[in-house]
Design a protein around this ligand. Structure first.
Ligand code: GLV
Length: 329
């Protein structure tokens, strides 16, 4: 029987599915340190990860490993050059999380614009003694300009929701989306600089790569309106968190909502001390239905890539399909 490592705690019924096909080594505990991950992956044919770093040094200790299935749409934890060099397949879980993640982008943007977390902390601290005309004034969502950076599937789901709030939608992306999609979303393509200058609410939904590192740093924050909000539901590292903390403290932008952080689960301590930021622990896709769909899709990918089950040899979400059928090197 082929052997697989499941590197993280996951729904037990998904482990049962995998056990129908494989001998499963399940880490149902804390995140595996790098040396422990290497020790446990060494004799495996496949692995299921969720953000664990898989690079050339990991692949080199696991000569039989043919597939690593990531339970996430983002796969910046995979060194894809190393996967290609070793003929190891990487897979991810796109699409099933689009709508839940877009819902959460809105929740975080609205909580940020309307100061929901900050005012709730104030109430819990027993500070509410009277109504005041200028208590926790925020900025409007309806009728404002939404700027989406990264108009992929989640960005489009997010922009589609803007119609209900009569928003003006502008976007920036590596390339323009099809004219039919622009028309459906009533979204105008603009340069990053123009978007930052014009948007009342900027939302980041782009993948993390070496090119997108610090897409938003001090220079970009300086272009934004002093009342604007910035919401990051993409990946840590897309925003320079230290520069953002300074901009928030000095009120150079209105507020920020962050679900992802550079070096998470650690959070830049400067962000923890500014009031005008809403911080959540990487939960944009975290609904029961969506996390189950992601876990099952990650299992489908692993099962099919290891040549068993109804889609044997045809995993639904290969990242580097060119390696399928090639001998491990
Ligand atoms: C979550 O961050 C994902 O990439 O799915």
């Amino acid at each position: 029987m082929q052997k697989v490592l499941v590197a993280r705690p996951i729904f037990p019924d998904v482990i049962e599915r995998l056990k129908q096909h494989f001998e499963v080594d399940w880490n149902d505990g804390d995140v595996l340190p790098a040396d422990e991950l290497k020790r446990r992956i060494a004799d495996k044919d496949g692995a299921l990860t969720a953000g664990d770093i898989i690079d050339a040094s990991v692949l080199s200790v696991a000569p039989k490993l043919r597939v690593v299935s990531n339970m996430a749409v983002g796969y910046n934890n995979f060194d894809m050059a190393a996967f290609n060099a070793a003929n190891v397949l990487g897979t991810n879980t796109p699409d099933v999380l689009n709508e839940s993640t877009a819902d959460f982008g809105w929740a975080l943007m609205m909580a940020t614009a309307r100061r929901i977390a900050e005012s709730e902390h104030w109430l819990r601290a027993g500070k509410w003694e009277k109504w005041s005309y200028d208590g926790f004034l925020g900025s409007d969502i309806h009728g404002s300009t939404l700027g989406v950076i990264g108009m992929g599937r989640i960005g489009q789901a997010l922009a589609r929701r803007a119609r209900g709030f009569s928003m003006n939608v502008i976007y920036h992306n590596r390339s323009r989306v099809a004219p039919g999609i622009e028309a459906e979303l009533n979204a105008q393509y603009v340069s990053k600089e123009e978007l930052l200058r014009r948007a009342d609410h900027v939302v980041l939904v782009l993948p993390y790569t070496s090119e997108s590192h610090h897409t938003i740093g001090a220079a970009e924050l300086a272009l934004m309106k002093p009342t604007a909000t910035l919401t990051n539901i993409a990946r840590g590292g897309i925003v320079d968190d230290a520069a953002l903390a300074v901009a928030l403290r000095e009120k150079r932008i209105g507020a920020a909502g962050l679900d992802v952080f550079e070096g998470e689960p650690k959070v830049n301590p400067a962000l923890l001390t500014v009031p005008n930021v809403v911080l959540t622990p990487h939960i944009a896709s975290a609904t029961e239905a969506t996390r189950r769909a992601m876990a099952n899709l990650a299992a489908d990918n692993l099962i099919a890539a290891l040549g068993v089950g109804p889609r044997a040899g045809r995993p639904p979400n290969p990242i580097n399909p060119d390696v399928i059928g090639k001998a491990r090197s």
